[in-house]
Ligand binder design. Structure first.
Ligand code: FES
Length: 131
C-alpha cells in the first residue's frame, strides 16, 4: 500500500454490490452463490448502507473461513480494514497500520481495543452474519 493511500486512509477492499446482500432481523444475508466471482482466499469486501449502523468487513481467510467484523479500527482514526496479503491477519488502512488476528485481537499498532467480530454461518449458498 502506498504512503499516500495510507495517509488518506484508502483501503484496497471495495464494497460488495447491493444486489448480493440484504439485511433482515438483525442479520445480513450474503448470496454467495449469486456473486459473479466468489471471494478468493485472502480476499475481502465490505457492506454498507441498507440501514447498517456501521459498515461490515467480510473476508475469506487463507484457510477458507468467512469472517466478518465491524469495518472500523479501534484507534481514534477509525480507518477501514484490509486483509494482510498471504497472512491470516487484518490491518487498518492508516499510516499506523494496526494489525489484528482473525479473532479481532490487536497484534501491533496503537489501536487500544480488539475489532468487533460478528458470527458468520454458511448454508445453502449464502452467508448469514449476525450483527
Ligand atoms: S486508525 Fe489509527 S491505527 Fe488504525
Amino acid at each position: 500500500m502506498s504512503l499516500i493511500k495510507a495517509a488518506l486512509g484508502i483501503c484496497e477492499t471495495g464494497p460488495l454490490d447491493d444486489s448480493f446482500w440484504a439485511v433482515e432481523d438483525g442479520k445480513v444475508r450474503v448470496k454467495l452463490d449469486q456473486m459473479p466471482a466468489p471471494l478468493a482466499k485472502g480476499g475481502s469486501t465490505y457492506l454498507r448502507g441498507k440501514g447498517l449502523s456501521m459498515p461490515v468487513f467480510l473476508m475469506r481467510s487463507e484457510d477458507d473461513q468467512y469472517l466478518a467484523f465491524e469495518n472500523r479500527c479501534s484507534h481514534f482514526g477509525h480507518r477501514k480494514l484490509d486483509p494482510v496479503p498471504g497472512e491470516n491477519k487484518i490491518r487498518c488502512c492508516s499510516v499506523f497500520h494496526s494489525t489484528y488476528d482473525l479473532d479481532g485481537n490487536k497484534l501491533t499498532g496503537p489501536a487500544p481495543n480488539p475489532l468487533k467480530r460478528y458470527t458468520v454461518e454458511q448454508s445453502n449458498g449464502e452467508l448469514v452474519i449476525t450483527l
